[in-house]
Every structure is written in structure tokens, then in C-alpha cells.
Design a protein around this ligand. Structure first.
Ligand code: PRX
Length: 650
């Protein structure tokens, strides 16, 4: 391997390949490349083998029942994912092993063994039952990254209630929409959480959301910051610690049908309304378990840390369910990477001797900008494997991560997947795959991916097209909650019986997949999924706005940033004060992750003759590029004026 000069030019031309280091390969869970052929020959048998490693109260009668677009996996099987994540490990010495290592932002920390986790989950499950929660009910969880979050999820799963976790950064309005959509019975929240040294007022947001969420009967509140002691509403709110007090320490797990609802997780799509992605029990469990085991190469003595927030699917599958189903030690951190200083992640790796680290490219690029001195201050020698998720990773960031965090000895697995897919679908297997920085490498065994053109023809090597999945996989979404039509229309109508990912991709001559970003109106801001339509709806909700169009503008750190083009109502001037008001309005409607970086005021938006806003041209303006084809515009002067006003700022 030739050492790179480290200059930007050299890194941009990065074409090195990285075979698995011999030391890693020798100990890897999976070393034999023939697994790919085996899975291709009989995908059902391939997945069933993983399922057999887990506990079932009753074994399935049939592995797969596929009536496109509806798949049922492990049909007739009865199981419980909480049982598999907790109870299953109590039968061996694992009961005394750390299941969850949690660190709060202020520096407080706790370790739960599997036995501790069992007790906490059972007591809380009994608490939920005492509030009237039954199998099939929905529970909204709006918590910071505290241990009660995975405990609440596992408790719901134990008693057969579906959880809907809402990211703690979402606003009261966003929480209300999600609670109402699934008609949740109970809301679990906290008085607050710590973020960059301040308190995020979750209880306040929860209270605001509750005027207008009539389905919620009870609110359970975790006491984290002590900031809401006077805000408890008698008869509705109950402290978590009061609820669990005196509850029995055992709680029989509900025997769930393989296809019973496990959870709903809302994500952004092409319209202004988020979609409740439906995941069921058996297939999701098998998918999360199998991919965590093979891709993260989980071993008995690993200390595995995924830095995501559990409010996103990454946290569901790879902080909670995947690692715990494997009996691993999973680390969870509450706060921000720069509190109290920019070395916090590396201090955590050192403190707990983490062996596996899974994070997002946006974080890696930020660390790059902060410089090598921060990681260098800490002993990172325990790390043996690195992962990346959420957006394409640029080769420069990949190599920086590999070198400065992984010390040049840890494979970097770039994992492609979606809320809808439930588990990773494209990734290296670190003991087998030769890595290419910037490529997610290959579909996981058993996953049948392809890249198609508009007409549904495979595009062939080197050409860009739409990434699709041709065969069902166990952890695939089963539906959109309450909106089966949208499920069919969104994912299954572009090509017959084929899952449409809405991602662009190409495959190189060597069969490596390169992800090219979304082909719909979804953007990835700091790896968070945001719909430009959602931001537009939030903007037009403001009484000063006549019309709005949003785009994702390429951003060095965040990947993409939200930029809005806004036409104000007659008589309203586009002053800085109005701009701030509109940005704040978006924060109030959605959350700060959706705050536009820039708002450009314009008398008109560029539209085609049939009235469609040409976002492509808005992107050209925002990114300071020459305008693309403008011949379909109703009035080319509109975009020329915009370009003149904003386009030359770059
Ligand atoms: O565009 C892809 C991008 O993130 C989208 C899914 O976002 P979400 O449902 O929030 O799930 C994120 C975590 C799994 C995809 O459609 N994406 C995710 N991982 C990658 C990626 N793009 C490129 N490379 C990845 N590794």
C-alpha cells in the first residue's frame, strides 16, 4: 500500500483498495466468500439459518410468503424480540455481562448488565400494563438519549405494544402529528435532556403537543434534569420512578406472531406529511440480528458504539435490537460531540475501550475540520472496526477516518440502507471484502439489488440509474401506517414487483455499488432525512408567505443544507427580521434540523408552462452554477433575475 501524500488533490484521486487486514480476517465471524453464492442459491434457507439461532416459542411453518408487494416472513412463527434481546442471554454467564453502557453529557454514566436490563424492562413493562397498555396499542416515546429509551422500547416489545419513537429534536407540532397519526395511548417523555451544555425542554414540547393529541391518556415522565417538577399534570402525568416502584420484577413476554406489529417509525418522503414506516416482529429481528453479527463482526468481548440517536432507524436497529439480539455490549451517549470539548467521542472510546465505532460521514467531516490533535490525545488502540452510515461518504473523509481514528488497522464498512429497509442492505463484510473508499461495496448476501433505467432495463457497469431491490428481505417495511395506497404507490409502482429505493447508484466493473444520492425530494442534512416538501409546507403555513420552494444545496460539512426560495405576500418586505421569523417558523413546525441555511426572497418562482416549480434551476442558482436547460420555463426572466441577485455570491 502506497502512503498517500495527504493533499486534497491526491485524496480526490483516491483509488487505493483496502483488502481485509490479515489479523482481522483471521478472527472474522465470516470469512468464506462462498456465502454470497450460497445465499443466492437459496435466500430463504440463508435467512432461516439466522432465525434458527434465535428463540421462537413456536417455529415458523413457512419461511416466506410473497404476494407482491406484501411479504410475510417466518409465517406462523411465534417469538418476542425483547425475549431475544434480553432473556435469551440470562441462561449463560452473559447475564452478568454489560448489555448497555450509557454516558450522559454532563459525564454521569451507568452500566446495565443483561440481568439489570431484564429487571428494568420487566418492571417498566408491568408499569405500562398498569396504565392500561395492551398488545396492539401504540406508545409514543419522545426521550433524550437516556437508558430509559431502550428500556421503554424493549418493554413495549415485551408486552406487544408498538412503539413509535420520535426524535427528541423534533418540535411539539411534529410530535403531535406523529402521535395523532398512530393514535398512541401513552406518551413517554422526560423533563429534559442535555445537549451542548443546555437543557432541551422535552416536557414543555410534550405538553404543547398534547393540546391536540386526544388519544394520549397518560404521560410517563423520566426525571433527568429536574426542570419540570412543577409541570406535572395531575391525573395524566406520572413519573417513571413512581410508576416502576413496587412493580414485579418479572413480566411474561407476549408470544408475538412473526408478522405482528413491532414498531412504527416516521420518516420523510416526497410529500409534506411524514410516513409511518411499519416494521413487524420476526423478519425485522432476523434482519437486525444477522446484519449486526456479520457486518459489525460482533464478538463476545466487543464494546460496540453506534453514535446515532435512537430517534432514527440506525439507533433502533444498531444501538438497540441488532447488538442486544447478539448479546453484545452496546454504548449509548446522550450529548454532543463537542461538549465539553471536541474530543468527547475519543474520550468515550478510550474510557470504555470501545472496539467498534459506527457513525455518520457528516460527523467524520466535522472531526476532520477540527483536526487530528483531538483524536491523538486519546488511546484509540482498542478499536478494530469502523462503520459509516446515513449519506454517501466522500473518499477523503473515508481515508481520514481509516487513518486517524482507525490507525490504519481497522476496516471501514460503509453501510447503505433506509428506514424502510430495516437493516443494512449494502455493505462490505469486513473479513471478506476488499474496500474501495466511497463505495458501499456489495449487497449483503441474500439481497438482490439492481440498477435500472427509466424503462426498467439494467443500466450496466459504470452508468447511473435507480437502485432497486428485486426480492423481498426479512426486515423490509410491511406498510405505511394507515396509508396502504401510499405504500404501493411510493415503493412498488415504478417497476413491477420490485422495491424502488429512490436512490441513484451505479455499479463499477468490479461489481461495487456507488450511491449517488436521492432521486426524489428527500435531502440528507447532516445525515438526517428531510423532505423539501415538508419544509415548504412549514413555510407556507406562515401568514407572510405566498409560495415557497426548497432545495438541498451541496454543503461541505452537512452533505446538504436546506435553502428556501420564498415569495412573500403583497406588501411584506423581505427584511432580515422576516427571514429570521421564517427560519424560526420552520424550527417550530418541524425542529432545528430543518432550519433553512438561507432564504432567498423572490417575486416569482421559476415554473414550467404547466406550473411546475423547476427545483433543478433553483439548485443551479443556489450552488452558483451556470443555469441548465431553461427552455421549458414559462418566463425565463424569473430565474435570470434570481441568478443575478443570488447566484454570484459564491
Ligand atoms: O439516500 C440514502 C441515504 O439515506 C437514505 C435513507 O435515510 P434514512 O431512512 O434516514 O436512513 C438512514 C440510515 C440508514 C437513503 O435512501 N444513505 C443511507 N446510508 C447511506 C446513504 N447514502 C449513501 N451511502 C450510505 N451508506
Amino acid at each position: 500500500m502506497v502512503e498517500n501524500s495527504g493533499s486534497i488533490e491526491a485524496l480526490l484521486q483516491e483509488d487505493r483498495t483496502f483488502p481485509p487486514p490479515e489479523k482481522f480476517r483471521q478472527q472474522a465471524n465470516i470469512r468464506d466468500p462462498r456465502v454470497y453464492a450460497r445465499a443466492r442459491r437459496d435466500p430463504e434457507a440463508f435467512w432461516a439459518k439466522f432465525a434458527e439461532e434465535l428463540h421462537w416459542f413456536k417455529k415458523w411453518d413457512q419461511v416466506l410468503d410473497w404476494k407482491p408487494p406484501y411479504a410475510k416472513w417466518f409465517v406462523g412463527g411465534k417469538t418476542n424480540i425483547c425475549y431475544n434481546c434480553v432473556d435469551r442471554h440470562l441462561e449463560s454467564a452473559r447475564r452478568n455481562k454489560a448489555a448497555l453502557v450509557w454516558e450522559g453529557e454532563p459525564g454521569d454514566w451507568k452500566v446495565y448488565t443483561y440481568r439489570d436490563l431484564y429487571r428494568e424492562v420487566c418492571q417498566f413493562a408491568n408499569g405500562l400494563k398498569s396504565l392500561g397498555v395492551r398488545k396492539g396499542d401504540r406508545v409514543t416515546i419522545y426521550l433524550p438519549m437516556v437508558p430509559e429509551l431502550p428500556i421503554a422500547m424493549l418493554a413495549c416489545a415485551r408486552i406487544g405494544a408498538a412503539h413509535s419513537v420520535v426524535f427528541g429534536g423534533f418540535s411539539a407540532d411534529a410530535l403531535r402529528d406523529r402521535t395523532n397519526d398512530c393514535q398512541a395511548k401513552v406518551l413517554i417523555t422526560a423533563d429534559g435532556g442535555y445537549r451542548r451544555g443546555s437543557v432541551v425542554p422535552l416536557k414543555q414540547n410534550a405538553d404543547d403537543s398534547l393540546n391536540g393529541s386526544p388519544s394520549i391518556q397518560k404521560v410517563v415522565v423520566v426525571r433527568r434534569t429536574g426542570h419540570a417538577d412543577d409541570k406535572m399534570v395531575a391525573g395524566r402525568d406520572i413519573w417513571w420512578h413512581d410508576l416502576v416502584k413496587g412493580q414485579p420484577m418479572t413480566c411474561p413476554p407476549e408470544q408475538m406472531d412473526s408478522e405482528d406489529l413491532l414498531y412504527i417509525l416516521y420518516t420523510s418522503g416526497t410529500t409534506g406529511k411524514p410516513k409511518g414506516i411499519v416494521h413487524t416482529t420476526g423478519g425485522y429481528m432476523v434482519g437486525a440480528y444477522a446484519t449486526a453479527k456479520w457486518i459489525f463482526d460482533l464478538k463476545e468481548d466487543d464494546i460496540y458504539w453506534c453514535t446515532a440517536d435512537i430517534g432514527w432507524v440506525t439507533g433502533h436497529s444498531y444501538i438497540v435490537y441488532g447488538p442486544l439480539a447478539n448479546g453484545a455490549t452496546t454504548v449509548m451517549y446522550e450529548g454532543s460531540p463537542d461538549y465539553p470539548d471536541r474530543d468527547r467521542f475519543w474520550a468515550i472510546v478510550e474510557k470504555y475501550a470501545a472496539t467498534i465505532l459506527y457513525t455518520a460521514p457528516t460527523a467524520i467531516r466535522t472531526f476532520m475540520r477540527w483536526g487530528e490533535d483531538y483524536p491523538r490525545k486519546h488511546d484509540l488502540s482498542t478499536l478494530r472496526l469502523l462503520g459509516s452510515v446515513g449519506e454517501p461518504i466522500n473518499p477523503e473523509a473515508w481515508v481520514w477516518y481509516w487513518k486517524n481514528i482507525g490507525g490504519g488497522r481497522c476496516p471501514v464498512v460503509d453501510t447503505w440502507w433506509q428506514t424502510e429497509t430495516g437493516s443494512i442492505l449494502i455493505s462490505a463484510l469486513p473479513g471478506i471484502t476488499t474496500l474501495k473508499p466511497g463505495s458501499a461495496t456489495q449487497p449483503f448476501p441474500g439481497i438482490d439489488a439492481e440498477i435500472l433505467d427509466e424503462r426498467g432495463q439494467p443500466v450496466g457497469p459504470g452508468k447511473g440509474g435507480y437502485l432497486v431491490i428485486k426480492k423481498p428481505w426479512p426486515s423490509m417495511l410491511r406498510n405505511i401506517y394507515g396509508d396502504p395506497q401510499r405504500f404501493v404507490q411510493q415503493y412498488w409502482s415504478r417497476y413491477p414487483d420490485t422495491y424502488f429505493t429512490a436512490d441513484g447508484a451505479k455499479v463499477d466493473e468490479g461489481g461495487y455499488y456507488w450511491l449517488l444520492g436521492r432521486v426524489d425530494d428527500v435531502i440528507k442534512v447532516s445525515a438526517h432525512r428531510i423532505s423539501t416538501m415538508e419544509v415548504e409546507s412549514a413555510l407556507v403555513d406562515n401568514s407572510k408567505v405566498a409560495e415557497a420552494a426548497c432545495i438541498g444545496k451541496a454543503h461541505e460539512m452537512k452533505g446538504e443544507a436546506v435553502v428556501a426560495f420564498v415569495t412573500l405576500k403583497e406588501g411584506v418586505a423581505g427584511t432580515p427580521a422576516v427571514m429570521n421569523e421564517l427560519k424560526q417558523h420552520v424550527v417550530n413546525k418541524i425542529g432545528s434540523i430543518a432550519r433553512p441555511d438561507d432564504i432567498y426572497f423572490t417575486a416569482e418562482l421559476p415554473k414550467t408552462r404547466s406550473g411546475k416549480i423547476m427545483r433543478r434551476l433553483l439548485r443551479d442558482v443556489a450552488e452558483g452554477r451556470a443555469l441548465g436547460d431553461t427552455t421549458t420555463l414559462a418566463d425565463p426572466a424569473v430565474v435570470e433575475a434570481l441568478k443575478k441577485r443570488y447566484g454570484d455570491e459564491e
